[in-house]
Structure formats: structure tokens, C-alpha cells
Design a binder for this molecule. Structure first.
Ligand code: MG
Length: 296
């Protein structure tokens, strides 16, 4: 049995033979938002329908926060603090060093956000997050609410100003900057209608703002959700059949096959070469011959 599909010989050097991905924990309902804390040697991730954030380490699994306000994606800001997208409260928050919660964004143009989904932290100290409507349109979280804003990508300036920076997408979801931050990748993944887009777009960053948006890659199994970038600028994307590795020119290099639909990924471990994978009911990891660079 092969755990990988190789379409570009370079991908064969990225994986360690046919080493199987390891299932670290299971029994969840829909896991998302993995974020690595190297200082604590642990991974935080969301189990969205069960309204909790879990903490995995080699010592085992514990609950980090419950209720989590149906948190989805997370990152760490440039000072290492946890930043979380919350569906239930329709906001982006920062967990302070003393445990306090600071709301970074919950409104735009005087209206409540939809359901912040994923967040990243570029070097300039800003935070970028996507705001699709899944979290207020679906029933599995136990609530519905009217959508009052289009589905934008927003930038939170270090001074706190919230600005819509991408407004030409239907359902922006996973986000990733290229290693030099000259490009921004955004998954546009409608899930409500068969005509919804199912592709990853790329934008050129000019004067700190995304421009020239265009289709970069279309995932051939399901749709892209969370994504990360490695040191060579390859984009690693979630997909229905596993994790897809996509070269900077947009071609599919290979796949890590996972037996459950993958929602998100992040690099972790001492050398940042262990890929953690949240996939429907389980958390997996696989050691690669590639290092992630995406902060954190
Ligand atoms: Mg997502």
C-alpha cells in the first residue's frame, strides 16, 4: 500500500520512503486550526462542533479551552501569542500572556463579521483573516445567523484598524504567504452550491496589498481549506484525499494520502519538518524531508 502519490520526482525527495502518516488521536467531530507551540512542544487545534480547543503533545491529549466559542483557525502573532478565529462570537481574538482575551476584530463597516475562518501573521505585525459565511450558514454548530457582510479577506493593522483587502472572492478560506511574502495564496472554496468555486487563488503583493488575483491551482479531490508553505515556496494544501504539494508554478507535485478529508495542516516539531494534519475525526502527523517556514 502506498501512502503517497508522486507526480514530480522532486516530491519523492520530500517524503521519507513510504513512511505511513501516523494517527495521533481520533474520536473528534470536525478538527481544524492546528497551530504549533515549539516552546511548549505541543499542538493546539480546534474540534469545532464540540466547542473546544485541544492540546496534543507526546505526553497525551488534554482540553485547552472549552467552550471555545466554536473556534476554527489559529495562528501565533509575532510575539508568540495565540490568535483565534471564533465562529460563535464572529470575531478574531488574541489570548494574552496572562490568559486574558482581547477582541481584535468583530465588526466591519458597522456590521458583524460572518465567521472568521483562518488567520496568518506576516512579518509586518499585521494579521490577515478570511471571513466566509460557513459558520453562520451551517447547522452543525447549533446556531444560524443572518449574513450582513460579503465574504472578505481582512487585514488587522498593528494599530488595530481593520481593512477589507480582498473582496473579489466568494468564500475565502485558507491563507498562506509565500516565504518572501511577495505572494498571497487564498483558497476560494464555496461549499453550498455545485457552481461555487473550488480553487486556490494567488495575489501579487504590491505595497503591502494583494493585487492581480488569479486562479493558481484547482484541487482535483474536494476543495482546498487550510494551507502552509515550505522553505522552497511549495504550497501544501488540504484536500479530500489528503495533503497536496503544489509547486510555485501551480503544478501538482505529489500527495500524502490520508483516509479522511483534510481540513488544515501546519508544520511543527523541532526542525519544523513534521506536518500535523487535522482530518475530520482525527489528528495525523507525517515527518517530511522539508521544513515549513510559515509563521509560526
Ligand atoms: Mg478553514
Amino acid at each position: 500500500m502506498s501512502f503517497y502519490e508522486i507526480y514530480d520526482p522532486r516530491f519523492a525527495s520530500y517524503v521519507l520512503g513510504n513512511a505511513p502518516p501516523k494517527r495521533l488521536a481520533t474520536g473528534f467531530d470536525w478538527v481544524e486550526g492546528p497551530v504549533w507551540f515549539g516552546d511548549m512542544g505541543c499542538l493546539l487545534f480546534s474540534d469545532i462542533p464540540n466547542n473546544r480547543i485541544l492540546r496534543w503533545s507526546e505526553e497525551g491529549l488534554t482540553t485547552f479551552r472549552q467552550p471555545s466559542n466554536f473556534a476554527n483557525g489559529h495562528t501565533r502573532d509575532r510575539q508568540g501569542r495565540l490568535v483565534s478565529c471564533e465562529h460563535g462570537t464572529r470575531r478574531v481574538t488574541r489570548t494574552e500572556w496572562d490568559g486574558g482575551i482581547t477582541v481584535l476584530a468583530d465588526r466591519y463597516d458597522g456590521k458583524p463579521l460572518n465567521s472568521p475562518n483562518d488567520v496568518i501573521a506576516p512579518r509586518d505585525g499585521s494579521l490577515w483573516f478570511s471571513d466566509p459565511h460557513y459558520g453562520i450558514m451551517t447547522d452543525y454548530e447549533g446556531f444560524r445567523a443572518p449574513q450582513e457582510l460579503p465574504c472578505h479577506v481582512y487585514r488587522i493593522d498593528p494599530n488595530g484598524t481593520v481593512e477589507a483587502v480582498i473582496s473579489d472572492m466568494q468564500c475565502p478560506n485558507g491563507l498562506a504567504f509565500s516565504p518572501d511574502e511577495s505572494r498571497l495564496y487564498v483558497a476560494d472554496t464555496g461549499r453550498m452550491h455545485s457552481t461555487d468555486p473550488q480553487h486556490i487563488r494567488v495575489y501579487d503583493m504590491v505595497n503591502g496589498r494583494p493585487t492581480n488575483g488569479r486562479v493558481f491551482h484547482k484541487i482535483d479531490q474536494g476543495c482546498a481549506d487550510g494551507m502552509r508553505v515550505d522553505g522552497d515556496g511549495n504550497l501544501w494544501s488540504s484536500a479530500a484525499d489528503g495533503v497536496h504539494c503544489i509547486a510555485p508554478d501551480g503544478h501538482l507535485m505529489g500527495k500524502i494520502l490520508i483516509p479522511e478529508t483534510v481540513s488544515n495542516i501546519c508544520f511543527g516539531g523541532r526542525a519544523k519538518h513534521r506536518l500535523f494534519i487535522t482530518a475530520t475525526t482525527s489528528l495525523y502527523s507525517v515527518v517530511l524531508n522539508r521544513n515549513g517556514v510559515q509563521w509560526p
